[in-house]
Design a protein around this ligand. Sequence first.
Ligand code: PLP
Length: 449
Amino acid sequence: MSKVYLKNDDMPKQWYNILADLPTPMDPPISPFTGKHVTFDEMKAIFPPHLIEQEMSIQKWIDIPEKVLDVLSIWRPSPLIRAKRFEELLGTPAKIYYKYEGVSPAGSHKPNTAVAQAYYNKINGIKRLTTETGAGQWGSSLALACKMFEMECRVYMVKISYYQKPYRKSFMRLFGAEVIPSPSEMTNSGREVLKRNPDSNGSLGIAISEAVEEAANRQDTNYALGSVLNHVLLHQTVIGLEAIKQFDIIGDYPDNIYASCGGGSNFGGIAFPFLEKKLKGIKDVKAIAVEPSSCPTLTKGVFEYDYGDEAKLTPIMKMYTLGHDFEPPAIHAGGLRYHGDSPIVSYLYNKGIIGAESVQQSEVFKAGLMFAQSEAIVPAPESAHAIAAVIKEALRCKETGESKTLLICLSGHGFFDMGSYDAYLDGKLSDYEYPEEAIQESLKHLPKI
Ligand SMILES: *Cc1c(COP(=O)(O)O)cnc(C)c1O
């Protein structure tokens, strides 16, 4: 069997909260304004109570509301597919499976949390959501989710992507969202950046500052974040929970799991349900977060408290970071250009419970092309990072003759990334040196906790 579909009824009815199973508690987030632990009331300025509860909860299983399941069932459960042609192409004895999240309406895993976040805001009387988007995946997902619950949505889109990915902007507008290139004149944070640098290309850190500032200043408006936070990773665990059921059906289990890592949400989503069994000593698994070598947060960053955004408006979190004012090179996998990482993923990496690898941009596109030409699915450049790492392991298995089972989170399709594939096919795509100097400079500006 090369493809395992579940029925709608087989969708998980609860999210898995890995915080319940960690060997020691995590370091709490700190308020940038008081220097003390962030309080529930401070978070209420931009998040609804249910999401704040989930952010702090250590309850192991959390019910998925009926109305959220109803929207998720438009595309979930997503298929688990054995990549037989890809295995043949590589000549590997390893079995390679991918969980395909590109079947969602926005083309990635991100609607899994966008729908839940829009729902909880809606039932709390919130009428508008603001957010940021880099490559446009998260903005598309939130625009879609807001439309499903009849809410307004404003997206601050990193300026360079706004011009490079015009069809992502069209997608968001089609679902009723307003899209603003960031930095903009609409917020203090945006105006400050433009004063310093009128030609700024923008960054995720700057766009987050703009979206948070607007949400904090308006009663009817909250903010939604597409990755990094605990509740976002919680919502993504439907990916791994489904995958476990699918492996049950075929009687297999992954030795290694690979997912690209920007803020850690598709990685956490697929890996955490498997890590539950690892943490309990039931079944071992190697989960590997794969990041770009030009924005190597886990593999080259430091594990320290840092801000989540450029203007220092978000809570200070203990995480692997390259510094909140580090502007990563303009690689084509826009979704992986973030200076920090999920505090949970950071904790797990620091404790040696998960692994991390980095890959170069040219390897990534080569891997994406090999995958497309064998499996007939065009992967998002982000997802192709995981594929690049799997290729290395599959070729290692070829040398040693090991028949390992390898699982990829194919977090999205690359239909909006044709410009990047064109650049690769035309031989115009370059690798970036590890930006050591810029990172060292930025790391000088970490907050003192
Ligand atoms: C946003 C995105 C990522 C990276 O974000 P994570 O939070 O690390 O998952 C990876 N793949 C795709 C397709 C994305 O849209």
